[in-house]
Design a protein around this ligand. Structure first.
Ligand code: ATP
Length: 436
């Protein structure tokens, strides 16, 4: 292992001038207080990949991160959002130099350089302050164990070499994921899931020894030893990746999915459904559903109803997601009913009104034609329909408030859906006739 090389990382290319200025100021303040500052992990990896950094920054401090956060907030006019003295971490919100007047503040995560030890496999780590080298050594993959020293000269960043003690740059060039030591997956089995996510996003493969270690960890059921909550967090992150289907495909190829949920499988049909997700959502902009919701439904569409319940219970999925999975089981059974010839719009509405837009869009992705068109038509044209007369207007026609009034309004809406009433006068005549 070497402790560095001479490659310089061109921070100027990936970080805009205002961000560089803020980093330079932060580094100068840290230096004044005898602390060294490092840009680490995913940001450095993404800079090496030529990506532009638009996100909040992760910095490691050889010193005291919570103390530095308070100093920065005082000197740069920001605010410390959270500071955990025990974990040596803090988040500071600083004025965003890219847009001082309107933008949200820039969040900078500061962490004291630390080592972690695991009292037993898959336990939560015990944390101690350390050097940057030791800090990088506790990380998941070599491509995330990269750092660049941040030093300021006036308002600009001083050029700094890449600190790459685990040859992450080499692995990045080979587009491979490599763990730093043989115990890595045992220490923290969620690294397998982080690996799948990264590999899917950046088109990486497993380095061969890492693959052997991963298979061995799976065979020893290390994932099953992890708390469901940690797995759920990873599953949710997977759903917010740009290509959740690729994450599932890779998880399947690496033999991970059976250790999460036995019947969760990737298939070509599933890939086709996932390909339809973005277009399907874009057809219903007012439905306000998230891509994560729809992917969650599409990826679990082929599970049985009881499997979906078991999945939701095992991983204590959020109530909204558990409800969505339940709804999907019911929507699936309505295909023949919805495609029956001559079905009136009010009938379609009666069948579908109890479902969330997300559940209907999941079915629109997963079911073959012509059902998707029926579902889109329902969401866009039928669901928003309301009668011109409201409860007050009905009372003026002599209807007393109560359940009967509610039923009359629903019947009036059904009449409007079926085209039996069009104008306000039609509706008034319809109400008069109903009351007679
Ligand atoms: P992105 O945010 O783009 O998904 P990232 O690499 O920044 O990627 P984070 O989850 O923010 O991901 O983690 C920041 C860094 O912390 C990682 O780059 C990695 O070095 C380290 N890290 C995160 N989780 C683990 C873990 N479970 N084990 C070891 N190191 C980890």
């Amino acid at each position: 292992m070497t402790t560095g090389n001479n490659d310089r990382l061109d921070l100027a290319a990936g970080l805009g001038a205002p961000l560089r200025r803020l980093l330079a100021q932060t580094a100068s303040i840290a230096h004044t207080h005898g602390m060294a500052l490092w840009l680490v992990g995913g940001v450095v990896r993404d800079l090496l990949l030529g990506r532009t950094i638009e996100r909040d920054l992760d910095l490691v401090v050889e010193g005291n991160a919570p103390a530095l956060a308070h100093i920065l907030a005082a000197e740069l006019g920001g605010q410390v959002n959270v500071a955990h003295a025990a974990f040596g971490t803090a988040t500071v919100a600083l004025p965003n130099p890219a847009d001082m007047y309107t933008a949200d503040p820039l969040l900078v995560d500061l962490a004291t350089a630390r080592v972690e030890s695991y009292p037993y496999p898959a336990a939560l780590p015990v944390v101690q302050p350390a050097t940057i080298l030791q800090d990088l050594g506790r990380r998941d993959f070599s491509i995330n164990a990269l750092a660049v020293a941040v030093r300021g000269i006036g308002m600009e960043l001083a050029p700094a070499p890449l600190f790459d003690p685990f040859h992450g740059q080499h692995d990045l060039a080979l587009r491979q994921l490599r763990v730093l030591h043989d115990q890595s997956f045992d220490d923290d089995p969620t690294r397998m899931l982080r690996g799948v996510r990264l590999a899917a996003r950046l088109n990486l493969r497993l380095e061969s020894h890492t693959q052997t270690l991963l298979q061995a960890a799976l065979t020893r059921n290390r994932l099953e030893a992890t708390t469901p909550d940690r797995i759920r967090t990873e599953l949710c992150l997977a759903l917010s990746e740009p290509q959740p289907a690729t994450v599932l495909q890779l998880a399947d190829a690496w033999g991970i999915t059976p250790h999460i949920f036995a019947s969760l499988r990737w298939s070509a049909a599933l890939a086709q459904r996932c390909d339809r997700v973005l277009l399907t959502i874009s057809r219903q902009p007012s439905a306000m559903v998230t891509t994560e919701q729809v992917y969650a439904g599409v990826l679990t569409y082929d599970l049985t109803a009881s499997e979906r319940v078991e999945l939701a219970e095992r991983y204590r999925l959020p109530k909204e997601t558990a409800r969505l999975l339940h709804e999907i089981g019911v929507v699936r059974t309505l295909r023949d009913t919805l495609l029956a010839p001559g079905l009136r719009p009010s009938e379609i509405d009666r069948q579908l009104q109890r479902f969330s837009a997300a559940a209907l869009l999941v079915a629109a992705c997963a079911e073959p034609p012509p059902l998707p068109d029926v579902l889109h038509h329902y969401l866009a044209e039928l669901r928003p329909v309301t009668p011109l007369l409201d409860g007050h207007a009905l009372q003026q026609h002599g209807v007393t408030p109560g359940p009967h009034l509610g039923q009359l309004l629903r019947d009036l809406r059904a009449a409007r859906l079926d085209g039996l009433v069009v104008t306000r006068a039609d509706e008034e005549a319809w109400v008069e006739a109903s009351l007679r």
